[in-house]
Write a protein of this length. Structure first.
Length: 173
């Protein structure tokens, strides 16, 4: 009598296992492309790749990495490379005069939270003031400081800290 319930339980478990394994699907041989991959480097390419003119995707494609500027340790001054990046941003913004942006100020992990929030704000404002000097209406620009709260590099190295000391321009849709 004890064998029958055990056999019935074993048979049900075996049938369930077979049913579940029959439903398994194989992984696709090739994954579909990333939606953001291959965004063009000029406005016609960006439009062909699905980036609407004046969109964040168009802005990033047009800037080719110049949507972010970098700072030295404990500094918020705009150097020559950053000036070129901000000039490219100003040209794009002047092409789309109704577009608004947010400048995000960031810092590396060193320093107190309060100090880094203040430094991030100074970095965002320095970029805002430079864009305004290039003819971008300051009313179109908001600033925010994330201090050390949103690092792009998590390591505690000079290279990682340098990547985290930045101001990022984000369009507001």
């Amino acid at each position: 009598m004890n064998a029958s319930p055990r056999f019935a339980t074993l048979a049900v478990m075996l049938a369930g296992s077979l049913a579940l394994s029959a439903c398994a699907t194989k992984a696709p041989k090739q994954l579909p492309p990333d939606p953001g991959a291959g965004v063009g480097t000029n406005s016609s390419q960006g439009a062909m790749q699905g980036a609407a003119p004046g969109s964040q995707a168009d802005f990033v494609a047009q800037m080719m990495g110049q949507d972010t500027i970098y700072f030295d340790t404990d500094k918020y001054n705009i150097d020559g490379a950053d000036q070129a990046a901000l000039q490219a941003q100003a040209a794009w913004l002047n092409r789309y005069p109704a577009k608004r942006i947010t400048l995000e100020g960031h810092c590396d992990e060193r320093g107190t939270r309060e100090y880094n929030l203040a430094l991030g704000e100074r970095r965002a404002n320095a970029a805002k003031n430079y864009l305004a000097s290039l003819g971008v209406d300051p009313a179109r620009i908001t600033t925010v400081s994330y201090g050390k709260e949103r690092p792009v590099a998590l390591e505690s190295t000079e290279e990682a800290w340098a990547r985290n000391r930045r101001a990022v321009t984000v369009t507001i849709d």
